[in-house]
Every structure is written in structure tokens, then in C-alpha cells.
Design a protein around this ligand. Structure first.
Ligand code: MGD
Ligand code: MGD
Ligand code: MO
Length: 765
């Protein structure tokens, strides 16, 4: 596709005609327009496939259940372009490494197994049998099971990820680094401590009943477009939508439903946010503390005046513990600190508190703006505190809603992709499969990369994903991957990680979510779990591009078979009939009783959530208020002129770059941009459009720098910056991660900005 370079502020509502235009452009560019139109009509339907785009839920009601970015995800997968052995014979790995991420994935789908040849620096075809035998030999040759790392990206199905974790544990390791470690780890860990379950407590329909919805640190217009429908309906019926976002995001302001013809052609767009607050990066814990402080002051005044309580006193007494310690923390936090850290005024926070106070039913949602900081776990718990204070749990229209990223990342965890597995899971696997799983914790993503750097990793298996581009400190991560004995990538498309081969490397081409999966017993479906703990079936319909592509489930089963043989389990029988895998899941994972039968339920079935039913699996048996102190600063270890967040553009899916536009932010044809407040640009003696270098300020002596970025004046608080991931991942330190989460702090990087020293050569192919 051709891209024109421009910066042009976007004044229309999100959605609308722009969305339809973009969808059409991507469908046509896929070179597979008819198949893609058929695909889109089957997406998110009762009998169809689950959108691989995001983890938002489906209502199965509307005629079209897809959005612009879901359409991009589908058309990107269902392209007719392919990269086969001819392509790899033409391009060496070093030559491919000089291409952009956009170029790499744009080449098309991987169709045959490939093995890296270090002599020629080319990937060359290898048979499936030989590739699998090679993996088995390498794993069996390890002297310690923890020399194996099993990475998972959150698109993998329940069936494939269940087999994958079982295989890893039968080999003897809990090394399950996954994308979630870089994503919503703080949500899982924080909620688990506060309410005993690491998942959201609401159903999709709760958005139709809420009086107020607080949206923290997320950009649904791009990353969860179907959420805009829920927000828009809520706003239309008078619910208050209170947004906390460092940037002005178009999708959180106004939205025209692209599926309503009148809204597309007339200015009928609806407002989304009733209030829009722009805190400093990492300032949300202070903001929520401020809201709580305002409420506590109001409460004390009212009680002194003999008026009624504004807190859910009965709920607090019956279901929670620890509120006094939290109140003491609130009293110990002064307004000055709250204002300075949040970047919001006392009055703004009092206004937000007033909305909370008058709402009978409140939902809080959040995503990466909350979870990718040093103090994210405490922030998630502070948001939870606020919800407990109002008793906004266990009733319709209220609750906690971490909006997940990858379409099945929540399901992966449920299936046991967890480097710190619960004892109950291990006991259950031990009992059902008659083996002793390893009990010590394994590596999360950052620990896995550190182990690679110490030359401790003999085999890295990657079930999807793109570690080289997604993880911090890009040059270091790439070196880490190269140090592995054998790297094995199960992938749909060529990406940067493949170009960082270990001493040996294999690429195994897999089928995608949209494609038909036929095994010995016939057509198979897989299952996924969305952000609302709804599990449902997904069945691809597209004909695979090549007979040499295999389903993920079959590949994992074959790797297990090639490594462990049939002594413990007949892996190949499981690959032949996924119902048998689901029977094992039913026997070992809570909530999945009668799994196969329940897959027929239209719209899927709910896994249940104890906290939503006011049963708290915490040490005290109650929901636990947290009483954490605010951090001293967002980046306490260093004084920096700027804090940088790394985020997604409208035309990307994580490290997959679909195009070079970011329509709602007015950026076209380029990705090397740095958003900055106009006054900060002036203070640096620079102008909008000037080119700059960005350098991380760190105490570890490592130079982390990216060069030649274009300044874009933007509505963002002073001292805060934004730039796109993955181009800025070289700035994210591997050594700086969330307390209690291990999540890289990719939304708060202390940086300095200087005029560009040299013009980088054109990066974009
Ligand atoms: N089309 C598309 N859909 C996707 C993805 C994709 O890349 N493309 N990725 C998927 C995945 S894996 C995930 S995790 C989700 C990500 O979904 P998001 O979390 O929406 O993703 P980001 O682009 O990282 O955006 C972070 C948002 O939080 C704001 N923000 C950043 N820091 C702060 C802060 O400290 N405080 C506040 N209040 N706001 C802040 C930013 O301005 C931005 O609007 O989306 C999923 N869906
Ligand atoms: N700086 C910075 N870094 C970040 C983030 C950030 O906000 N800022 N966000 C973090 C977050 S939230 C996440 S979730 C991670 C994402 O990290 P990952 O999940 O590792 O990365 P993705 O880009 O989603 O992976 C894309 C690759 O997956 C493969 N793929 C696509 N579909 C399929 C499929 O159906 N099956 C298989 N087997 N493979 C498939 C393709 O080969 C594609 O190239 O990145 C994290 N990194
Ligand atoms: Mo994510």
C-alpha cells in the first residue's frame, strides 16, 4: 500500500465514514476481497470465528459484529500473498533485517516449515518430520528442564495452550513467559490480592445498566472499537462517562456508529465522555486517591451534620476488611502531593468524586495506561478500593473491568499458561495425568530474556508472538534470542524474531483463527475466553493457503509427541480430535464441567467469578482494601525533563504494522513521531515538525537512544510525551519493571530530548 506523509488534525468523530473507508481499503488490498467479505460476515457470530483483534465481548445481536480494526486483523491474516522457500532463497536473513516491520509482515503468510542455515544466512525448507525430530532431540538433550522456555502470545486457543502447558510441565518446567507479563499482569495480580480472582467481575450487559463508567488509561477507539458501542449506548441513555487519559483521544470524545447509515452520512455522532481528565503519566493512583480523599471529607462532614452515609456501609462491614488502614493512608496523603503527582487539580478530582457519589452503579475499566508503570499493582488495587467503598461489586451495572488485549490472553491464563501456577492447578494436573509437575516458579518474560542472556536457555518455543519487537531493550533482547540453542517460532507471518535466530532456528507455519481446521476426526473448532469470562467456540471457514500449514494445536501435540513419545499421553490422538482435549480441560480446570456439551450454547457460557458473587478467595475470606503509600514519583530513581509513554497507532496490532497512518491523531504515512505539548516544544527552542533524538535517562550506564523523530505538537500535559511502540522499544529498560508484576514500564520512561544529530535513512519500506 502507498502512504502519503502528513500531519493533519482529525476533527470528525471516531468511527463513521473514515472507518468504512479504511475497512474497504484493507479488504481490497488483501488481494482476497471475496473471501474476506465472507469472513467478516461470519465474525463473532454464534457459528463463526472469534475476532482475533481484541478481547472485547460479543452481543451476537447486530448484523455486523466487527469493527474497522477487527476487519484489518482478519484481512491481514486472510491475504493471498505468501512467503515460501522461493522468497527465502531470494532474501538472506541479514538483508531482511534491514527491512521495516511493516515490510516483513506485508510479504504474506508463511506456508512451509523452515530451518535457518547459518552457512548461507538463509532460511531453507525442512520437512515437518525432520523439524519435529530436531525439536525433540534438543529438548531431550538438555541437562535441566528449566533450560526450556515456552513463550505464549495471547491469540493461542484454549486447546493449544492447554496442551502447551501440559507438555512444558511434563518436561518439568514452569517457564511460561507470555505476552500477559508485558500487559495486564498488574490487573491479574492486583485483583487477586484485593478480591481473590484476577479477572474482571462484570458482564457485557452491565454497560447497559451503569450510571457512571470511569475509563482509565485506555484508547478504545483504536484498541477496543466495539467497546465504543457500549460506551455510546450508555452515554446516550444518560450515564456519565468519566475518562482519565493523558492524551486527548478522539474515540473517547465523539463516536459515529459505522453500522448506522444515518450516522455515517450526517453529523449525528454522539458524545462519549462527559468529563475528560488528562493526568500525568503514572498519575492515576494519585488521582484515585484524590477522589477518595474528596469523598472521605464529604462523608465526615455529612456524618457530623447527621446526614446519611455516602459509602456502602453494610457492604463494607460484611464483605471487606482493612478500610481503616486505607483511610489512614488517605489522611496521610496531602492534596499538594495528589495534585502534583496526578497533574489534576483538587477541584477536578472533587468533580469526579461528585459523579461517583451520585451514581448508584459504577463500572471502572482500564488497560495499559494503568498496567505498564512501576506502581501498577498498587494502582489497580486503589481503583478496586474505590469500587469497594461504594459496594460496586456483586450487583448489576457495577464492577471492575480490566479490558484485556489479545483475544484469548485471559483464556491462556485460565488454561495454566502461568509461570507462578496456583497449587490447585498443579494438584489437579498431577491427579488427573498421574505425574509430578514442577512446583517451583518459572520465568516471566523479563526473567526469560535475562536467562537467555546468561546462556541458560537451550530451547525457546514461541507459540505465536514477536518477542524481538515486543520486549524491552530491543538490541539486548535480540542478542538474548540469538544466544538460545534452538529457537522455534510457531507463526502465521514473518516477523523480527525470526530474523534473530538462535544457534539453530525453525519457523513452523500455522493456520490462523479464520481458517478451516480439519483433523483425522473431521472439522475442528477451538474455544476462547473474552474479557467477561465468556467461553465460546470459534470455527474458521477459510481454506488454508497451503497443505503444509498445520493448526497450532496439532503442532503443539506433535512437538510433545516428538519429545515425550506416548508413555504418558497419546498426544496424536488429542490432535486428531479436540473434543478429547476439552474432556481433559473439563476434568482439570474449574468452571469447565461438561465443556464439550456447553460449547453449543449460543454466545458461549460464563465461567463464573466468585468475587462477582461476593465470595472472596483471599486469606481473610473478604475483599481486602489495600493501604499502599503513593510512590515518591513516577520515576523516583532519576530526575528527568520528560516522561515518555509508548503506545499503539490506529494502524497496528502490537508489533504488526498494518499501515503508516494514525488517523484519529492526525498522523499519516509515518511512525517516527514524538507527541509533545506546544509549550515544551517552544521551551526546547524547537518547532513543531523539527526532528529530535530521544534518550532514556537511566542510572545503569546503558545508552538507550532512538534517533530522528518528528515532533508533533499535541494536546498532552507538559512534561509528558508519547511515541509509538515498537519503534521506541529500544528506550524501554529491561531492568525496570512493575513492583510485584515484572511488567516493563513502557508507559513511564524517563527521557531527554535533543535536536536530531543526523537524519536517519528512510526507515519505511
Ligand atoms: N487495533 C488494535 N487493537 C488492539 C491492539 C492493537 O495493537 N491494535 N492491542 C491489543 C492489546 S495486546 C492490548 S494490551 C490492548 C491495549 O489497549 P490500550 O491500553 O488502549 O493501548 P495503548 O495504545 O497502549 O494505549 C494506552 C492508552 O492509555 C493512555 N495512557 C498511557 N499512560 C497513561 C497513564 O499513565 N494514565 C492514563 N490515565 N492514561 C494513560 C494513552 O494515552 C492511551 O490512550 O489493545 C488490544 N487491542
Ligand atoms: N514499548 C511497549 N512494548 C510493549 C507494549 C507497549 O504498550 N509498549 N505492549 C505490550 C503488550 S500489551 C503486549 S500484549 C505484547 C505483545 O507481544 P506479542 O504477543 O509477542 O506480539 P504480537 O505483535 O501480538 O505478535 C505478532 C506475531 O504473532 C504471530 N501470529 C499472529 N497471529 C497468530 C496466530 O493465530 N497464531 C500464531 N501462532 N501466531 C500468530 C505473527 O507471526 C505475528 O508476527 O507487547 C508488549 N510490548
Ligand atoms: Mo496486551
Amino acid at each position: 500500500m502507498k502512504f502519503k506523509t502528513a500531519i493533519k488534525p482529525y476533527h470528525a468523530a471516531a468511527g463513521g465514514l473514515g472507518s468504512l473507508e479504511a475497512t474497504t481499503r484493507f479488504v481490497i488490498d488483501s488481494k482476497n476481497a471475496l473471501k474476506n467479505m465472507r469472513n467478516l460476515l461470519r465474525m463473532n457470530k454464534a457459528r463463526g470465528f472469534d475476532c482475533p483483534g481484541c478481547a472485547w465481548g460479543d452481543d451476537n445481536k447486530s448484523t455486523f459484529s466487527f469493527c474497522e480494526n477487527g476487519a484489518k486483523a482478519v484481512t491481514w491474516e486472510a491475504t493471498r500473498r505468501l512467503v515460501d522457500s522461493t522468497f527465502f532463497a531470494q532474501h538472506s536473513v541479514s538483508a531482511l533485517n534491514r527491512q521495516s516491520d511493516y515490510f516483513l509482515e506485508y510479504q504474506g503468510r508463511l506456508t512451509e516449515p523452515l530451518r535457518y542455515n547459518p552457512q548461507t544466512d538463509h532460511y531453507e525448507p525442512i520437512s515437518w518430520d525432520n523439524a519435529l525430530a530436531m525439536i525433540g532431540e534438543h529438548i531431550r538433550a538438555m541437562d535441566n528442564p528449566n533450560q526450556l522456555e515456552l513463550y505464549t502470545s495471547g491469540r493461542a486457543s484454549n486447546e493449544s495452550s492447554y496442551l502447551y502447558q501440559l507438555f512444558g510441565r511434563m518436561v518439568g518446567t514452569n517457564n511460561f513467559p507470555d505476552c500477559s507479563n508485558m500487559c495486564h499482569e498488574a490487573s491479574g495480580a492486583g485483583l487477586k490480592r484485593s478480591i481473590g480472582v484476577g479477572k474482571g467481575t462484570i458482564h457485557l450487559v452491565d454497560f447497559d445498566k451503569a450510571d457512571a463508567i470511569f475509563v482509565f488509561g485506555q484508547n478504545p477507539g483504536t484498541n477496543h472499537p466495539r467497546m465504543l458501542h457500549s460506551l455510546r449506548h450508555a452515554a446516550d441513555r444518560g450515564a456519565r462517562i468519566v475518562t482519565f487519559n493523558t492524551l486527548r483521544e478522539r474515540g473517547l470524545e465523539r463516536f459515529a456508529d459505522p453500522q448506522k447509515p444515518l450516522e455515517v452520512v450526517t453529523p449525528m455522532a454522539g458524545n462519549i465522555s462527559s468529563s475528560y481528565y488528562q493526568p500525568n503519566l503514572g498519575g492515576d493512583m494519585a488521582a484515585v486517591r484524590g477522589i477518595a480523599k474528596a469523598l472521605l471529607e464529604t462523608q465526615r462532614r455529612r456524618i457530623a451534620n447527621g446526614e446519611s452515609s455516602i459509602f456502602a456501609d453494610a457492604f463494607i462491614a460484611e464483605h471487606t476488611q482493612g478500610i481503616e488502614a486505607w483511610f489512614a493512608q488517605i489522611d496521610a496523603t496531602d492534596w499538594q502531593t495528589i495534585e502534583q503527582q496526578s497533574g489534576l487539580s483538587q477541584q477536578q478530582l472533587r468533580d469526579a468524586a461528585a459523579v461517583w457519589q451520585t451514581a448508584e452503579r459504577v463500572i471502572c475499566t482500564w488497560a495499559m495506561g494503568i498496567t505498564q508503570h512501576k506502581h501498577s499493582l498498587d494502582t489497580v488495587r486503589e481503583i478496586t478500593n474505590l469500587q469497594l467503598l461504594g459496594g460496586h461489586l456483586g450487583k448489576p451495572g457495577a464492577g471492575l473491568c480490566p479490558v484485556r488485549g489479545h483475544s484469548n490472553v485471559q483464556g491462556n491464563r485460565t488454561m495454566g499458561i502461568d509461570e507462578k501456577p496456583p497449587v490447585a492447578l498443579l494438584d489437579s494436573l498431577a491427579h488427573h495425568f498421574h505425574f509430578e509437575p514442577p512446583r517451583e516458579h518459572g520465568h516471566h518474560t523479563v526473567e526469560a530474556i535475562q536467562a537467555m542472556l546468561r546462556d541458560e536457555v537451550k530451547v525457546l518455543l514461541a507459540l505465536g508472538g514477536n518477542l524481538a519487537a515486543a520486549a524491552p531493550d530491543t538490541p539486548l533482547t535480540c542478542e538474548a534470542l540469538r544466544r538460545c540453542g534452538l529457537t522455534v517460532y510457531i507463526s502465521t507471518k514473518l516477523n523480527r524474531s525470526h530474523l534473530m535466530p538462535g544457534k539453530q532456528s525453525l519457523i513452523l507455519p500455522t493456520l490462523g483463527r479464520t481458517e478451516e481446521d480439519v483433523q483425522a476426526s473431521g472439522r475442528q473448532f477451538i474455544t476462547v475466553e473474552d474479557s467477561f469470562s465468556m467461553v465460546h467456540a470459534s470455527e474458521g471457514i477459510g481454506k488454508p493457503l497451503a497443505a503444509t500449514q498445520r493448526s497450532e494445536t496439532a503442532i503443539v501435540a506433535r512437538i510433545a509427541h516428538a519429545t515425550l513419545g506416548t508413555a504418558q499421553l497419546d498426544w496424536l490422538a488429542l490432535a486428531a480430535d479436540y473434543n478429547l482435549i476439552r474432556d481433559h480441560i473439563a476434568a482439570t480446570i474449574p468452571g469447565f464441567q461438561n465443556f464439550n456439551a456447553r460449547c453449543d450454547e449460543p454466545g458461549g457460557f460464563w465461567l463464573g467469578n466468585a468475587a462477582a458473587e461476593l465470595r472472596f478467595n483471599t486469606p481473610s475470606g473478604k475483599a481486602e482494601f489495600s493501604a499502599a503509600t503513593l510512590p515518591d514519583a513516577v520515576c523516583p530513581e532519576i530526575v528527568a525533563p520528560f516522561v515518555l509513554q509508548t503506545l499503539r497507532s490506529h494502524d497496528q496490532y502490537n508489533t504488526t504494522i498494518y499501515g503508516l497512518d494514525d488517523r484519529y491523531r492526525g498522523v499519516y504515512g509515518q511512525r517516527d513521531v514524538l507527541f509533545m505539548h506546544p509549550a515544551d516544544i517552544a521551551a526546547l527552542g524547537l518547532s513543531d515538525g523539527d526532528r529530535v533524538d530521544i534518550e532514556t535517562l537511566a542510572t545503569d550506564g546503558v545508552v538507550r537512544r532512538v534517533e530522528d523523530f518528528r515532533l508533533v505538537a499535541y494536546d498532552i500535559p507538559r512534561g509528558n510525551l508519547a511515541a509509538y511502540y515498537p519503534e521506541t522499544n529500544p528506550l524501554v529498560p529491561l531492568t525496570r519493571f512493575g513492583d510485584g508484576t515484572g511488567t516493563p514500564t513502557s508507559k513511564s520512561i524517563p527521557v531527554g530530548v535533543t535536536p536530531a544529530q543526523t537524519r536517519a535513512t528512510q526507515r519505511i519500506a
